[in-house]
Write a protein that binds this ligand. Structure first.
Ligand SMILES: [Mg+2]
Length: 217
C-alpha cells in the first residue's frame, strides 16, 4: 500500500524537522467523536446503537426502526464532518498533555478524512487552540508516517483509537511506539484484544508520560 498522493503533497509543505516525531489521530484522540455523533444523528432522525465496533450497520432510522443503508450512513458521517465545528470539542486532558511536550517533539495531526474537509477541520482545531500541522489521508496511515519521519531515524510515537491504523503504522515504521487511546473507554468492550506491541493507555494523563519516555523527551 502506498501513500495517498495528496497526503504526500501536504507533507512536502512541512518544514524538515529532526526532533522526535509524535503523530496523533484526531477523532476520539484529540477531539470527541463517538460522544457527539449520536446527538448529531438524533438531529437528523437517526440513532446509533453500538452493538459492534463499527458505524455501518449500527445506525437506525428512528421513525421506521430500520437499519440505515450504507450510503445513508456515509452521508450522515459526511454531514457531521462538514458541520464538525458545531459538535466536536477537545478530549479531556489533551490540551494539558500537548502543552507538557512543549517544543521537544514535532507534533503532527493525521486524520483519516476526505481531503475536502481539511479546511473545516483546521478551523475546528484553531478554534480549540490546537495549532499543530494537520494532514488528511484517504489511504492507510503507515506510508504517511514513514514519509513524515524522513531519513534521520528519529524516534516516532503514534496515537490512534482505531487498531487498523496502528497496525498499518507498525507495518511501515517497525520501531514506532504505538499507543491505543480512546476518548470513550467503554468501547473497548466491543473490540477484540489488541495486537502485540500496541500499548493501551487509559486517557491523556496516562498517555503523556509514556509518550515522553518513548520519545526520550
Ligand atoms: Mg480516530
Amino acid at each position: 500500500m502506498s501513500i495517498d498522493p495528496e497526503t504526500a503533497r501536504q507533507i512536502e509543505e512541512l518544514s524538515r524537522d529532526n526532533r522526535p516525531l509524535l503523530v496523533l489521530d484526531v477523532d476520539d484522540v484529540l477531539v470527541e467523536f463517538i460522544r457527539p455523533f449520536p446527538d448529531y444523528l438524533k438531529s437528523k432522525g437517526h440513532e446509533l446503537r453500538l452493538e459492534s465496533f463499527r458505524l455501518h450497520g449500527n445506525v437506525y432510522d428512528t421513525a421506521s426502526g430500520e437499519p440505515a443503508e450504507r450510503e445513508t450512513v456515509s452521508g450522515l458521517l459526511d454531514g457531521f464532518f462538514a458541520d464538525q465545528e458545531a459538535w466536536q470539542t477537545l478530549t479531556q486532558g489533551a490540551a494539558e498533555a500537548l502543552a507538557s511536550f512543549g517544543e521537544a517533539a514535532e507534533i503532527v495531526l493525521l486524520t483519516a478524512m476526505p481531503h475536502r474537509h481539511r479546511d473545516t477541520r483546521r478551523r475546528l482545531l484553531d478554534s480549540l487552540g490546537v495549532r499543530y500541522p494537520l494532514l488528511t489521508t484517504e489511504a492507510p496511515k503507515g506510508p504517511a508516517i514513514h514519509a513524515l519521519r524522513g531519513t534521520s531515524g528519529r524516534p516516532v510515537a503514534f496515537v490512534d483509537d482505531l487498531p487498523p491504523n496502528l497496525v498499518s503504522v507498525r507495518e511501515h515504521v517497525g520501531d514506532a511506539h504505538l499507543f491505543h487511546l480512546m476518548s470513550d473507554n467503554a468501547l473497548r468492550n466491543l473490540m477484540p484484544p489488541l495486537d502485540d506491541g500496541i500499548h493501551t493507555v487509559d486517557d491523556w494523563p496516562d498517555a503523556a508520560p509514556r509518550i515522553a519516555r518513548a520519545l526520550g523527551i
